[in-house]
Ligand binder design. Structure first.
Ligand SMILES: NC(=O)c1ccc[n+]([C@@H]2O[C@H](COP(=O)([O-])OP(=O)(O)OC[C@H]3O[C@@H](n4cnc5c(N)ncnc54)[C@H](O)[C@@H]3O)[C@@H](O)[C@H]2O)c1
Length: 245
């Protein structure tokens, strides 16, 4: 039902749990895509498109503006346009406020917030009417996360960044929305689940972790024309965890 044939996706953090699920789902919907991560996700790209015509992989550090610009230039060189941007790269370090170093604070915001801005900014000149940006926030950005104050602050800022660009870009026919996952079963939350997994599941009405594919489905909806009148919104994917906060 969702057909993204002829549309180009730029996806960061593509080697990760949620990123690779997004890549697989968008490929099934027919999208062409540039997959970016700190190391080029080449194996995933070949698995999705052995011809190399529809899917490309590049190394990109989203904290490095020049690296982001090179990544976007590669997408434009290969596919000549960008229709959908998903700045999904993220890190989830442990650090309470007491003992927080300047470096730890800066590094977390550099990936989760600055990286999101840099990818959107670089892609924007190559996007036109009908374009869609889907940022990846977190339930932590809404309700906070003890032991991860920098991460929660960055994700809260991603939410307001997304609403702001939705307003700025609406006159150009470009939409911007956020997907806000709860606790999803990827490598990112191994430590969190070991520390307080039982409590998290007890607070989650659906009584399980989310699957990366369930986040990807929300991203696909918001990126597609099914959501053509949806902008500046946040779609929660959390099994009811936020409702029960
Ligand atoms: N897993 C969860 O429970 C959860 C919950 C809420 C939000 N999120 C968000 O979803 C997104 C994906 O997370 P995930 O669960 O797939 O985690 P993951 O660790 O599996 O994937 C994150 C990916 O981002 C990449 N990355 C990190 N720093 C980068 C950088 N500087 N440049 C380029 N790439 C970089 C990593 O290499 C990795 O492939 C993140 O933005 C994360 O904050 C995840």
């Amino acid at each position: 039902m969702i057909d993204l044939s002829g549309r180009t996706l730029v996806l960061t953090g593509a080697a990760g749990g949620i990123g690779s699920a997004i890549a697989r789902l968008f490929r099934r919907a027919g999208a062409r895509m540039l997959l970016a991560d700190r190391a080029a996700p080449a194996t995933l790209a070949v698995a999705l498109d052995p011809t190399g015509e529809q899917v490309a992989a590049v190394a990109c550090d989203v904290t490095d503006t020049a690296s982001v610009q090179d990544m976007v230039a590669e997408a434009v060189a290969r596919f000549s346009r960008i229709d959908i941007v998903v700045p999904n790269a993220g890190v989830f370090p442990d650090a309470a406020l007491e003992g927080m170093t300047d470096t730890a604070w800066r590094e977390c915001l550099a990936v989760n917030l600055d990286g999101t801005m840099a990818v959107c900014r670089a892609a924007l000149p190559h996007m036109g009417h009908g374009g869609s940006i889907v940022t990846i926030a977190s339930v932590a950005g809404h309700r906070g996360s003890r032991g991860h104050v920098h991460y929660a602050a960055a994700k809260g800022a991603v939410l307001s960044f997304t609403r702001s660009i939705a307003s700025e870009l609406a006159p150009r026919g470009i939409r911007a929305n956020a997907v806000s996952p709860g606790v999803i079963g990827t490598a990112m939350v191994t430590g969190l689940m070991a520390e307080r997994g039982e409590a998290i599941l007890a607070q989650t009405p659906l009584r399980r972790l989310g699957r990366a594919e369930e986040v990807a489905g929300a991203v696909l909806f918001l990126a597609s024309d099914l959501a053509s009148f949806v902008t500046g919104e946040t779609l929660h994917v959390n099994g009811g965890l936020y409702m029960h906060s």
